[in-house]
Write a protein that binds this ligand. Structure first.
Ligand code: SF4
Length: 291
């Protein structure tokens, strides 16, 4: 069996071509509001992946309509997925989540949901809700795993363990819901062999997709402070070295696991490191060249 491209995986799941549209539901995160921690994960700056039309002061409906308008020329014939990406998109009362998700699905041409969250924010009640939606509108739950090494999770202030991520992935998948795992490559103190150990561990779990990207040191984060004081012990890849490592990772993953993404491109104004200054298409070309 050859590995599916992510676009083909989505097309099979939804029966049509789909485009993800970001939604900021205005929720927070237990690692920011003091429930688990303050200040968030060491690398986290949500502004780095929040499009201009995705702002929590607008309703879910308005954000989706604005996003559809933004992409109208490029993806006119596609259906849409509401991508609840900002902060922790299952961190609210179930009634509120139900209302947010239902509102998204009531927007014309929105055929499903991608819900991004932490592994410790998936209660049975939340899973019941997601299952009930999934019966008519397929849902993908994207879980921030980042690494399998508890020492790194502590270092970056994730406030959950690898075992928590394993448990969450297993519980979601056992409900018949597709799970995507999110990993960060190049976290402080990790060698390439450490990262391969994470990839090997994740490959044992019932995930459908994996999304990984290089660590980006962003302004406004605690990593940025460490970077500026030269206290950060991280791998300094060139794009070619990173592409080569991505190839090693993908070669080791079972073909049943779809690879969504290998690289991330934060706005230059926020980015301190690495300054590759590459668009995703340029990185894909580098990757193709090393195959
Ligand atoms: S990365 Fe996610 S869990 Fe961590 S602080 Fe940011 S929103 Fe919260």
């Amino acid at each position: 069996m050859a590995r599916l491209a992510y676009s083909d995986f989505l097309r099979q799941l939804y029966g049509t071509r789909v485009q993800k549209l970001n939604v900021n539901a205005g929720l927070t995160c237990p690692n920011r509001d003091g429930s688990l921690g303050w200040g968030g994960c060491a690398y986290c700056n949500n502004a780095s992946f929040t499009p201009v039309f995705s702002h929590s002061t607008a309703s879910v409906t308005q954000q989706l309509l604005d996003a559809k308008q933004f992409y109208a020329g490029k993806y006119a014939s596609m259906k849409h997925l509401a991508y609840f990406q900002s902060f922790t998109s299952t961190y609210a009362q179930v009634e509120k989540l139900c209302s947010l998700y239902s509102e998204a699905l009531s927007v014309p041409d929105v055929v499903g949901l991608v819900i991004s969250t932490r592994p410790d924010c998936l209660s049975d009640e939340v899973l019941d809700l997601i299952c009930s939606i999934d019966r008519n509108h397929p849902v993908i739950v994207e879980i921030g795993v980042e690494t399998s090494h508890n020492r790194t999770l502590t270092l970056i202030n994730r406030c959950h363990s690898w075992q928590c991520a394993e448990d969450a992935i297993t519980r979601v998948a056992s409900r018949g819901i597709h799970v995507g795992a999110h990993l960060i490559l190049g976290l402080p103190g990790e060698s390439e062999n450490d990262m391969m150990a994470t990839v090997d561990a994740i490959a044992q779990l019932p995930i459908s997709t994996v999304k990984f990207h290089q660590l980006q040191v962003l302004r406004g984060t605690s990593l940025a402070q460490q970077w500026e004081s030269a206290a950060l012990n991280i791998i300094n890849w060139t794009p070619q070295q990173y592409a080569s490592f991505c190839h090693r990772i993908i070669s080791s993953l079972p073909e049943r696991i779809v690879v969504e993404r290998m690289v991330s491109t934060a706005p230059q104004a926020l980015l301190l490191h690495p300054k590759w200054n590459l668009k995703p298409a340029q990185f894909r070309e580098i990757f193709q060249n090393i195959l």
